[in-house]
Design a protein around this ligand. Sequence first.
Ligand code: LLP
Length: 380
Amino acid sequence: MSHFPIEQFEGVATPFYYYDVALLRRTLDSVCATRPADSIVHYALKANSNPRLLRMIAHAGLGADCVSGGEIAIAVECGFEPRKIVYSGVGKTDDEIRLALSVGIDCFNVESLAELEVINALAGDMGKTAPVAIRVNPHIDAHTHHYITTGLSENKFGIDISQLFDVIGQIHRMANVRFRGLHFHIGSQITSMQPYEQLCSTIAQLQAELDARGIDIDYINVGGGLGVNYEAPDEHLIPDFGAYFSVFERNIHLRKGQTLHFEPGRSIVCQCGTLISRVLYVKAGLNKKFAIVDAGMTDLMRPALYQALHKIENITSQSALYAYDVVGPICESSDSFGSDVMLCEAHRGDYIAIRSAGAYGESMASRYNSRHLPGVLLSE
Ligand code: LLP
């Protein structure tokens, strides 16, 4: 069983997210030690935008990958350098584009020709030139959950690879945008390196074609998506960044002046976060035992939304294991964290740890049922 400082939890209202700051620091050290030369790692804020974690991530020298004006504002506030901020999203509003231009971000990852035209017009009004990259949809199957697979053909993200050179031609006719390069994101929670190898070979082909046409780029952004181990978090607290980065280092041959960009979210923050709740009631059903806990899908919606598995532990008790359905208090049948979960015998008041919850946990919390947002406790 993992070790949690339960003494520190006394008096803290549950449910709350507990973040292991030392683990986050070690994870960031691993990213910084293994990333390729000539690369910038932009942390994807959508995974977790808790300001205290953001400050640590910015302090480690990472850049930011933002998907809204709100994320750009909080990134700047928490110390990310504007020249290391990139901005993606299919539906950027005029106000958000103006904010990004006035902050002076590094690059817009543009998802449609219609968006390019608006960026061009707004940059012109402001007397600025907008740096843009085109998000290309490379038709690569990342073999993850269908809600988080984004690289396959015809979805709302990006521009089809067959339209790329046409769009580049249009950009060169626009006065207020500067074409910097290509952006990709093939999906999330990717645990095999094979889709990334495929992405690298697509990139190599595109680089050759750009060279042949005499088009210079200085920006190649391969997105995020590196997966984590939800089944056995303690065996893999820090994802294998070395193996991940080396795929790109070996297979992408940067031209002079080109920089490689990464946008990891989950792999940076997932394992340092745990949702801590307490057992409210143990209910003996006809065939099942239910552990009804005080956290629900409003605090961590991944199980309800994606049938995602999170390891669950009773960290108060060390007794024999029994099977429980661990459910929350929300009035929805999908408000369940797992069926037939083996837990040390549960009693009212026991602390229940729902692991690997640092990514897309707190950031996706809601106030459904007029509940409070979950609290936060940092280890230091
Ligand atoms: N870059 C782009 C353009 C993205 O769309 C995403 C995530 C990332 C980077 C970061 O991906 P990561 O390294 O975190 O996999 N809520 C879902 C995940 C949605 C991911 C959306 N895009 C979940 O809880 O699994």
